[in-house]
Design a protein around this ligand. Structure first.
Ligand SMILES: *Cc1c(COP(=O)(O)O)cnc(C)c1O
Length: 346
């Protein structure tokens, strides 16, 4: 029985075309700036977002954190949603690495408005206050269920931040998914943010690699922070080649993952004890509320023995199902059937 792995879009494995590109990659020492394939990828991603430069990192966490480290330091503050990846899933890095803190607002599925930011702006140069430096947005929003920011709302939040003298960071680990769904050009996302991070190792299927695009000057500062974190790789072009291949071949096909997630939602909500709202499945993440004996953890274990891998999500009784490159449309009915077996056995 083949496992159907719905734990994350990070589980994708490089296929033959991507491996060939990696095999054939021209490489150099990227700490010296002379890996041609890394340079090509950095220039390409900078251009996609209309930025002067970009920097490659091994992980999305490092990409977000060098961006944040370039924006805020000790005693300073970043405003973001309560469910943000940078707050919940990066090991407390904002404070641990930079001595900064987050100030969270309560968005709707990770999406907040200018009024939410305005409500927490600190007025005046009062010695009691942390200095506010940036507003961080996440699109799509992971904990919000793969939700997609309306571009008009992003622009309003970014405009308010800039008026208040704050920078805008965009955690775009799954910005490709948002772009495919919304049709908003990547340049428009780039135009509203000072730093944009993107992942190549989620839905795009590369084994590793993220980038931050920004100004040339800020990218130079981020290179220093990346080195400090031990993220200066040498012949990283082998990995950059996978990223270039992913940009060429795996962006438009994300639409299939989105259709598969919606289809899976329609099937899963027919299973007794499981509920979800297909209308809210905008991209490739699907959160399912679980009301079976033993709760989400029991369901995850039972699903595993039926050959479906998934994760329990947060403290509540929810599981997360993620569609991706290695789950073809033909596996969706089978996945739902196995989940039904698992849920009804409890
Ligand atoms: C996955 C993810 C990241 C980065 O994760 P890594 O595992 O470090 O590559 C950043 N932001 C969001 C929203 C993510 O989903």
């Amino acid at each position: 029985m083949d496992l159907i792995d719905l734990r994350s879009d990070t589980v994708t494995r490089p296929g033959p075309g991507m491996r060939k590109a990696m095999h054939d990659a021209e490489v150099g020492d990227d700490v010296f700036g002379d890996d041609p394939t890394i340079n090509q990828l950095q220039e390409r991603v900078a251009a996609l977002f209309g930025k002067e430069a970009a920097i490659w990192t091994p992980t999305g966490t490092m990409a977000n954190q060098i961006a944040i480290g370039s924006l805020a330091g000790q005693g300073e503050e970043i405003i973001c949603d309560r469910g943000a990846h940078i707050v919940n899933y990066e090991g407390g890095a904002i404070s641990a690495l930079w001595g900064a803190q987050s100030l969270v607002v309560d968005g709707e599925r990770g999406i907040f408005g200018p009024e939410d930011v305005r409500a927490v702006l600190r007025r005046g140069d009062n010695e009691h206050f942390p200095r506010q430096r940036a507003v961080a947005l996440e699109n799509t929003h992971n904990r919000g269920g793969g939700s997609v920011w309306p571009i008009a709302q992003m622009r309003k939040v970014a405009a308010l931040a800039h008026e208040a003298g704050l920078a805008v960071h965009l955690d775009g680990a799954r910005l490709w998914n948002a772009h495919v769904v919304s049709g908003v050009p990547l340049l428009e996302y780039g135009a509203l943010a000072d730093t944009v991070s993107v992942c190549l190792s989620k839905g795009l299927g590369a084994p590793a690699g993220s980038l931050v695009a920004s100004t040339r000057e800020r990218v130079m500062r981020m290179r220093r922070l990346r080195k400090r974190l031990g993220g200066g790789l040498r012949q990283a072009g082998v990995l950059a080649a996978a990223g270039l291949y992913a940009l060429d071949h795996h962006i438009e096909r994300l639409a299939e993952d989105h259709q598969n997630a919606r289809r899976l939602a329609e099937l899963v909500r027919e299973i007794p004890g499981l509920s979800c709202e297909p209308r809210l499945v905008e991209t490739n993440l699907l959160f399912v509320d679980v009301a079976v004996k033993g709760g989400s953890r029991a369901l995850v274990a039972a699903a595993r023995s039926e050959g479906v891998l998934c994760n329990a999500e947060g403290a509540g009784e929810r599981i997360r199902l993620v569609t991706h490159l290695d789950v073809p449309a033909s596996a969706i009915p089978e996945a739902a059937q196995r989940l039904r077996q698992a849920a009804t056995a409890l």
